[in-house]
Design a binder for this molecule. Sequence first.
Ligand code: TPP
Ligand code: SF4
Length: 340
Amino acid sequence: MARTNAIGLEKNDYKGAPTTLCQGCGHNSILSQIIAATYEMDMLPEDIVKFSGIGCSSKAPTYMLSRSFGFNSLHGRMPSIATGALLGDRTLTGIAMSGDGDSASIGMGQFKHIMRRNIPMVYIVANNGTYGLTKGQLSATSEVGLTLKKQGTNLLQPIDICMEAMASNATFVARSFAGDPKQVKTLLKAALRHNGTAIIDIISPCVSFNNADNSMHSYGWGKAHENPIHDLTFIPARDEITVEDFEEGTSQDVTMHDGSVIRLKKLDKDYDPTSRAAAVAMLEEAASNQELVTGLIYIDPERPSFYDVMGMSKTPLNRLTETDLRPAPETMQEINDAMF
Ligand SMILES: Cc1ncc(C[n+]2csc(CCOP(=O)(O)OP(=O)(O)O)c2C)c(N)n1
Ligand code: SF4
């Protein structure tokens, strides 16, 4: 008999239709980790809503969580759709998958505003430095000097997704590599517990159009240059937090909104992900040294989400009845009087 999680579901209950993405595509690896993370966190698929724009990466809603709600939206417009849906039902957990074309080119304006609003959702940018679906054009995250077949060489500066997230006051900023599934899964779990927009930029190689070893979005380059800033453990609120076998002073715990904890074991760097200044400096250093620095780059677990700032009712808006919504005559009178 297949193993079940704490709510009695099997891993299969979290899967979607079989993938039609190319074999070896990094996006497939990310999908497997979303399925694993939601299964291991005992999330009810019907409590999840999947969002995407357009691209190979944006086909994701079809290949995972078939019991969840989903919306494969317009190119670059996913954040608006997600905002509307989540404001309609704040009890749902949003998981979005976008691409570097979808988010850093056509969707850049939308990408920035969802972080500014801090809408609670996990926002993955499956970043392959190319437009895979339309057959391998250069993208806004392609590095200077990248040469792609039939495209020529990129001469323009790339957009750094994490740096954009920092500039937009995102409250959770992480970077990972599809070739490092353990780290991807741990970051996803932490992101799923964040009370705001959680951005995860995942380098996700396109094996058909951008996987030469000298390309900064390839498996070869990622494996040779990945430099994790810490070793991550996610401890759900229900589990007892025990002192593990590392020496005092070599780890840092960040407590999330629901009491879950992200334990960051220090590696060679002494890095504090709660410092904005440290995050920006580290991203700048990584870009100039051409290093693939991965891990939790920045977190602010305290900043209120859009729901809190707007004082939204705990009852989802889509479940408020006409009687709940109609103001009492005295209240209407007060509003009218206040206008004159
Ligand atoms: C409005 C609009 N413009 C252009 C396109 C063509 N188009 C489809 S996908 C895509 C880029 C996809 O790239 P990315 O988001 O990086 O996803 P990938 O396929 O690499 O995963 C483009 C330009 C479109 N579908 N709609
Ligand atoms: S073309 Fe590239 S991005 Fe699209 S499925 Fe194939 S490997 Fe993945």
